[in-house]
Design a protein around this ligand. Sequence first.
Ligand code: ATP
Length: 274
Amino acid sequence: MTPRTNPNPNPNPIPTPGPIPDPARPEAPAKASNHEPAPERAGATDPALLLDDVTLTYPDGEGRLTALDAVSLGVDAGTVTACVGPSGSGKSSLLAVAATLVTPDAGRVVVAGTDTAGLGPAQKARLRRDSIGIVFQQPNLLPALTAAEQLQVMAHLAGRKPREARERALELLAAVGLADQAGRRPHQLSGGQRQRINIARALMNEPVVLLVDEPTSALDHERGAAVLDLLLTLTRERGTATVLVTHDRAHLERMDAVVTMADGRLSAAHAVVS
Ligand SMILES: Nc1ncnc2c1ncn2[C@@H]1O[C@H](COP(=O)(O)OP(=O)(O)OP(=O)(O)O)[C@@H](O)[C@H]1O
């Protein structure tokens, strides 16, 4: 393994030690909607993704099951934090909260400087579209569309011009090593190639935060390693704050930090020495 120099001067995505004080800040312009109040902006020095003392419970019979128990985590731009832990420990719940797909019972989720507390559904949807890329375990590509079109759809949803969308799709396909596969449909591609398209698709709208759930679970060791390589490279090149949920402990030493979930609690994160 080649030693790596981290371009970020403060790369350690550490669990934040406690509540973050509200920085004095000017009112931010509404990012998306005229009908909902302007989102709160966090301090300029906050990490690109911040979970601050987040608790999430689900209904469980007569009571509630605590899936996330006062979890705090900060992830800086241009770094990858791997999240590991046993089944049922809360990893997917952490991703779902970070993706604003699930609202926590308590705590703050700040994405790209926007405090998501109090955002309406439409504002959250826009925040996801504009600032969050999600890579699910299964690529779920649309069978009728070519590789390039899978990506172009995302840009179309964001209101980009078709030509610009096409150019960006081809650029991203090249970035994930699939320049020559742009016209192929999912059934003509390998599992590894489909997962690369899945990753490229998540980057179409230049997200600040990239959330990746078990991207290598359906791949053999070699292809899995290649996908992780790609994620690391893209994270550095594009400056995303990437969270990677994985069971695969084989490549953890290459991540900027590793956090471990256990019974809904985030145990020590440690920066990985490269
Ligand atoms: N929608 C839900 N309703 C009720 N309980 C849930 C729900 N989703 C998850 N849970 C529970 O919350 C806890 C955390 O689940 P979560 O899916 O976050 O774990 P995980 O670490 O991602 O597991 P795995 O590695 O198996 O995917 C588990 O006890 C799970 O049963």
